[in-house]
Design a binder for this molecule. Structure first.
Ligand code: TYM
Length: 324
């Protein structure tokens, strides 16, 4: 089965990216044919500095590798190094209704956030994402909940293309983790943890002191009971989810463990659990940061493999659409 997913190189990854997406990647790469991408072209849709983009791309590669993505098992590459992504995106533009793009939740949010800098790339973002997915004849796309709508649109676009030009693309389906599909903000547990709101984030490579500080300061709810109740106690429910994901303990077990204890005890223990779980990743990242040539070589080999799949899909697309 072919798997594809991508992450934007827009700064450090947070535990939402890890629990929502990367943890799924790690499981899938053991049994499926996985293609993972650093989507630098998507990162251009919001204001950015061209001088720091190359470093951010390299950092994203280091994050993938430090988290356990194995270049022997998975293809890891940079989107802009395989030009078929932009070519297919243009063609998919012509089968995508504008109305479908206008109703995307992420577009609505981002167009509010970047009112003064509302470029067409923000609107067309899901079409490039569909091109990423469809180029590799992807069957399953592991993502967090915020990307589900975009994957469903990619499926609709595949269907529209197949209907208009004949069977060409596999219709992809989304894969969400059972728990952790939407990790919430540490400062406002009604919203998701998001790279664009730095105080909301616990980063994957935060140092232990910072992890402890952020967890102790995380906004929780009234009362003192450690109970999983996402409606009445979204803050505690979110922290219980994180605890469970990093410790491997089921939520009822954790509730029991802290039955007669307060938030402070629970948070102290949670910080320790996260620090320990992420220690090997922090170590591996430090080692990789000093091996830039090695990381670049992985990306270059990855792009070669990705290109060969992408080119064969594009050849068929050109034939079907009359571009000879
Ligand atoms: P990005 O870079 O915003 O996020 C990377 C992955 O992390 C997941 N995620 C979360 N999961 C749980 N809780 C959260 N708070 C949280 N925040 C982020 C995202 O759902 C995502 O899986 N458009 C995509 C990148 C992309 C892509 C693709 C993904 C481009 N082309 C093709 C899949 C297939 C994005 O911006 O992800």
């Amino acid at each position: 089965m072919r798997i594809f997913s991508g992450i934007q190189p827009t700064g450090a990854l947070h535990i939402g990216n890890y629990l929502g997406a990367i943890k799924q990647f790690l499981e899938l790469q053991e049994k499926e044919e996985c293609v993972f991408c650093i989507v630098d072209l998507h990162a251009m849709t919001i204001p950015y500095d061209p001088r720091t983009l190359p470093k951010n791309v390299l950092d994203a590669a280091v994050c993938y590798l430090a988290s356990g993505i194995d270049p022997e098992k998975s293809i890891l590459f940079v989107q802009s190094q395989v030009t078929e992504h932009t070519e297919l995106a243009w063609i998919l533009n012509t089968v995508t209704p504008v109305g479908d793009l206008l109703r995307m939740t992420q577009y609505k949010e981002k167009s509010r956030q970047f009112q003064k800098d509302l470029n067409a790339g923000l609107l067309n973002y899901p079409i490039l994402m569909a091109a990423d997915i469809l180029l590799y004849q992807t069957e399953v796309v592991p993502v967090g909940q915020d990307q589900q709508q975009h994957v469903e649109l990619a499926r609709t676009i595949a269907r529209a293309f197949n209907h208009r030009f004949g069977p060409t693309f596999v219709e992809p389906r989304v894969s969400l983790p059972k728990t952790g599909a939407k990790i919430l903000s540490l400062t406002d547990p009604k919203k998701k943890m998001s790279k664009s709101v730095p105080p909301s984030c616990l980063y994957l490579f935060d140092e232990p002191e910072i992890i402890e500080k952020k967890i102790m300061a995380a906004v929780t709810d009234l009362g003192r009971e450690i109970k999983f109740d996402p409606i009445k106690k979204p803050g505690i429910a979110n922290l219980l989810t994180v605890y469970s994901q990093f410790s491997g303990l089921a939520i009822p077990k954790i509730e029991k463990k802290f039955r007669n204890k307060g938030y402070a005890d629970f948070k102290k223990s949670l910080a320790q659990v996260i620090i320990e779980a992420l220690e090997p990743l922090r170590k591996k990242r430090k080692e990789l940061l000093s091996r830039e040539v090695y990381v670049r070589e992985i990306l270059s080999q990855g792009a070669k493999k990705a290109r060969s799949i992408a080119q064969s899909t594009m050849e068929e697309v050109r034939k079907k659409t009359g571009l000879v």
